[in-house]
Design a protein around this ligand. Structure first.
Ligand SMILES: CSCCC(=O)C(=O)COP(=O)(O)O
Ligand code: MG
Length: 238
């Protein structure tokens, strides 16, 4: 049976919700991996890169004068363990931004995603993203998809830098406040039950994506409403 929810904003996770986990972990990570070192060496005067480098060295227990090779070893270790650490996501986002601009990358959404996004947008619902992927990476990844450029559908982008960790209620409070609505006016879609717990703790409506073949496809979503595809839910503007 199709569930009907009323809301003002729809906030969406990316990996496992809009795209297959393998698109991020294989296609995007494999694209970033060999480019991290050259990106660091080619951007010595970029303050964003310098800030990320300083954070990586601190978090990775490296000395301030550590070589790019040492830094890249730390970054590859984080990627292998899928640790979504903010300065790594910053560098990946910059690399992906160029990859999309140059036509090397095209985001592959699940088949039900683009029709749902377009119909929500047309109905007057407002769309935002909350992902561990950096805001720059999010926007780039929406600019070139198998369903065209969908950047215009999204009004706001949140990541772990401008909102906070995805499993913590205060991050959701910060987003609700930035959107200037009551938490109950927002519905959050994610494949990770712990993220839905964080959102629900702040009073958001939550929907779990238990997509077949995905890492959380058979997960226990507890009391969260759970769907297999967006075809199983109707969201109408309040
Ligand atoms: C181009 S954004 C790539 C998404 C990404 O890097 C990522 O880590 C996805 O994490 P999410 O929080 O969306 O599951
Ligand atoms: Mg996810």
């Amino acid at each position: 049976m199709t569930a009907t929810l009323t809301a003002r904003w729809v906030v969406l996770d990316i990996e496992g919700t809009l795209t297959a986990t393998s698109y991020v972990h294989v296609t995007l990570y494999d694209y970033a991996r060999p480019r991290l070192g050259p990106w660091i060496d080619d951007h010595p005067d970029d303050p964003e890169v310098a800030r990320a480098l300083a954070e990586i060295k601190e978090l990775g227990g490296l000395p301030a004068d550590a070589s790019t090779v040492d830094v890249v070893r730390v970054l590859h270790g984080w990627m292998d363990a899928d640790q979504k650490i903010a300065p790594l996501k910053t560098l990946q986002g910059l690399i992906w931004q160029r990859g999309y601009a140059e036509g090397d990358l095209t985001t592959e959404f699940f088949g039900d995603v683009a029709p749902a996004l377009r119909s929500w947008h047309e109905s007057g619902l407002r769309l935002a993203v909350f992902s561990s992927g950096s805001v720059a990476g999010q926007i780039a990844s929406f600019s070139r998809t198998t369903d065209g450029d969908v950047t215009g559908l999204f009004e706001r982008h949140f990541d772990t830098v401008n909102a906070g960790p995805k499993r913590e209620a205060p991050s959701y409070r910060a987003i609700a406040s930035a959107l200037d609505v009551e938490p109950g006016d927002i519905v959050f879609f994610s494949d990770v039950p712990a993220e839905l717990d964080g959102a629900a703790a702040d009073g958001w409506q939550t929907v779990g994506l238990a997509r077949q073949g995905e890492p959380f496809g058979d997960a226990d979503f507890g009391t969260h409403r759970t769907i297999r595809t967006f075809d199983e839910v109707k969201v109408v503007p309040r």
